[in-house]
Design a binder for this molecule. Structure first.
Ligand code: TA6
Length: 295
């Protein structure tokens, strides 16, 4: 279902038989909502989220490409601030989409990028909702340069999960891993012992993580299971109270209900030669009760 929001911005709603749904904006190719069969929102959206552009929407799943974080380009790259188009003729995707509601989007080089990122590329993004309501994002990025040049990029699905109370959330699957701490100039540390819990600002890039990460929301007896492929790293971010107050498009108390866990490729950037393609996938599903916490 392709429609416009109250600001005239194009969006697509995906619906699954049991009533789960997802909302995708063509601006940014961004998933802004993912609801379960009871209509409960599973992704965080800031109470001060600003639409329309040029501000990226604070919440959902912005795409960070071709640069995660700060660097030569605008923060988190330009993909989250571009108008994507619906790809009416996508090549066959490796993911099985039978029984799934899905939309294919495409982003190609734009005039604005000529100076800062002078490359031709095709970025195909398939967003699909499985029969159980699983939300899957598959990216295929191809170098279509005709001048023989390679390009290099970093990437993240900047996923804002809605959590009932951040103090009661636990992340499993990142214990004992090495991480780069964004709060300390990306210095490298090793995570200790137990599952990760939250009591202050966190902004870490976990390196070479397992393909499955569980985010346990104790209050709601609900676990998000994030599975990933082609994306070795995982970012975990919560701004906590002080930084939340300093962000103009973030409510003062919003940090209590948000946790970013992001499938990413940051430590070792991807380089593509002309004609080469890269794939990266993130899948989110929900498990009720304490199945994933082993209780
Ligand atoms: O993913 C974590 C992060 O890179 C943090 O450093 C934090 O600043 C956040 O993203 C939000 O970035 P933004 O550019 O959207 O304000």
């Amino acid at each position: 279902e392709h429609c416009k929001d109250k600001n005239g911005m194009d969006k697509v709603i995906l619906r699954e038989a049991r009533g789960c749904s997802a909302e995708v904006y063509l601006y940014g190719g961004q998933v802004t909502s993912w609801k379960n069969e009871h209509g409960e929102e599973l992704l965080f959206a800031s109470s001060k989220a600003r639409l329309p552009p040029p501000n990226p929407f604070r919440g959902g799943i912005p795409i960070c490409f071709p640069q995660f974080g700060s660097g030569n380009l605008e923060r988190h790259g330009f993909a989250r601030n571009r108008h994507w188009t619906i790809d009416k003729d996508p090549p066959p995707f490796p993911t099985n989409t039978s029984n799934k509601a899905f939309i294919d989007l495409i982003l190609q080089h734009a005039k604005e990028e000529v100076k800062s990122w002078p490359h031709r590329y095709e970025f195909r993004l398939r967003i699909s909702l499985g029969p159980g309501g699983d939300l899957m994002l598959t990216s295929r990025i191809r170098n279509t340069n005709t001048d023989g040049k390679s390009f290099t990029f970093t990437f993240a699905y900047h996923t804002h999960l809605y959590v009932t109370d951040i103090s009661e959330v636990r992340v499993e699957g990142l214990e004992t891993l090495d991480y780069l701490d964004n709060l300390k100039d990306r210095e490298r540390f090793t995570e200790q012992g137990d599952a990760i819990t939250f009591e202050s600002e966190v902004d870490k890039i976990y390196l070479s993580t397992p393909t499955k990460i569980a985010i346990v929301d104790h209050e709601r007896k609900r676990t998000f299971v994030l599975r990933k492929d082609g994306l070795p790293d995982a970012v975990v971010w919560n701004p906590w109270d002080k930084k939340a107050k300093a962000m103009p498009d973030f409510g003062d108390d919003d940090y209590k209900h948000m946790l970013c866990v992001e499938a990413a490729c940051i430590e070792n950037p991807i380089t593509l030669k002309p004609g080469e393609e890269w794939k990266g996938r993130q899948e989110l599903s929900i498990v009720h009760s304490s199945y994933c916490s082993g209780q």
